[in-house]
Design a protein around this ligand. Structure first.
Ligand code: SF4
Length: 387
């Protein structure tokens, strides 16, 4: 195992990225499986104390990073004073390298000019806005509590202050048609985003929407229509200059999320806050998702992490291949794979690769392996076999 403290340790061992979680939300959306909760705003100050304490204990000293992502939850649910405290903690412990990327997630209903000013002044240069849909009936189905017009208003606030920003959309919402999805894409493109994340709805076990599905109160969009929705997003965004660079992500050249590329390269990252995952020196840990437990453990001077997971080298190599394949433009570069994992890609995946190439799901130019257009639709099946 290489020495983590070595300044020249590679980025898959020594983190050059950090994820910071803020769990507060105005309301719990029906599909949400994130570590988030409504009605806990009175705990915000205590949470920010604990977050700083956890960060200090974990890092020991400030660590320069290339990317920071503050997600949630809804970071912009914090008030101006809370946001000031949050960015001060991040700046103190995680100084951003020159040219680095600092993203904050925002909800259209909770972002205002004052909060955006706090973020911009601190050095945040990228905002990720959770739009999800522009149609009241679909926002209602998702139990989102913002209105479609609030997205446009939030974009105006963001556009004036940040060089880069992104919108999140969800397709396959129960009750939605291909025309609904087309209308959502056109409403999105009218705002001229440089980055989009478009996810097919997942009925995560235990969520309110999943319970509605179990009770037969909602019906999922049929598979063929969902495929058409995915096809539409790829084609329409491509024609608008937003290229797919990951299974669910699209960007103008140079506007890709550098932080998310860290995850898809299987590089190391710090994870701080409720439910935050971390990957350091080949070891994965996840903090508790129970807010009271998180606060009590950190306040008692304990770590808030659950069990550690250390993958053996072969499992880590398989996971690396699976993550790298998600990058639809880059795919797996054989030399990079060998450098990072110590394994030869063909020795590990030769028969699987040959079969998927023969089926037309993967393409292989001798240096790189990546999904074909058809392969993107069956990505889950391919990735499952790889890992
Ligand atoms: S705003 Fe985001 S994190 Fe909060 S409940 Fe909704 S989906 Fe979950």
């Amino acid at each position: 195992m290489q020495d983590l403290s070595a300044r020249d340790a590679p980025p898959w061992l020594r983190p050059r990225a950090a994820y910071v979680h803020v769990p507060f939300c105005a309301h719990k959306c029906g599909y949400c499986d994130f570590a988030s909760l409504a009605g806990a705003d009175h705990l915000a100050d205590r949470y920010l104390d604990a977050l700083e304490r956890e960060t200090a204990a974990k890092l020991g000293e400030p660590h320069e990073v290339d990317t920071i992502f503050i997600g949630g939850g809804t970071p912009t649910r914090l008030d101006v004073a809370g946001l000031e405290r949050l960015v001060a903690t991040v700046r103190r412990w995680l100084p951003l390298a020159p040219g680095g990327e600092w993203t904050v997630e925002a909800n259209p209903g909770t972002l205002d000019a004052d909060k955006a000013d706090v973020l911009a002044r601190a050095g945040v240069d990228r905002i990720s806005l959770g739009a999800q849909s522009f149609q009241p009936k679909l926002l209602t189905a998702l139990e989102r509590n913002h209105r479609p017009e609030e997205v446009g208003r939030a974009v105006e606030i963001v556009r004036d202050r940040f060089p880069r920003w992104s919108l999140d959309l969800i397709f396959g919402v129960p009750g939605s048609t291909l025309d609904d999805w087309r209308a959502d894409l056109e409403a999105t493109l009218a705002l001229d985003p440089s980055h989009l994340s478009c996810y097919g709805l997942v009925y995560e076990k235990g969520t309110a929407l999943w319970k509605q599905l179990q009770r037969g109160e909602v019906a999922p969009v049929v598979e063929d229509v969902e495929r058409e929705m995915y096809e539409l997003v790829i084609d329409r965004l491509e024609s608008a200059g937003l290229h797919m660079y990951e299974i669910s992500n699209y960007a103008r050249p140079g506007h890709e999320s550098r932080h998310n590329l860290v995850y898809w390269a299987n590089d190391a990252y710090w994870g701080l806050g409720l439910g935050a995952a971390e990957y350091v020196d080949g070891v994965r840990t996840v903090n508790t998702r129970d807010l009271q437990a998180y606060l009590k453990r950190i306040e008692a001077g304990e770590a808030a992490t659950g069990p550690k997971e250390q993958l053996d080298p072969e499992a880590r190599a398989r996971e690396t291949a699976m993550l790298m394949l998600r990058r639809t433009q880059v795919g797996v570069d054989r030399d990079d794979f060998r450098l990072r994992t110590g394994y030869d890609f063909d020795a590990m995946f030769g028969p699987v690769l040959a079969r998927f190439v023969a089926e037309g799901l993967l393409e292989d130019d001798g240096r790189r392996v990546r999904f074909t257009h058809e392969g993107r639709f069956l990505a889950d099946r391919v990735l499952c076999e790889v890992v």
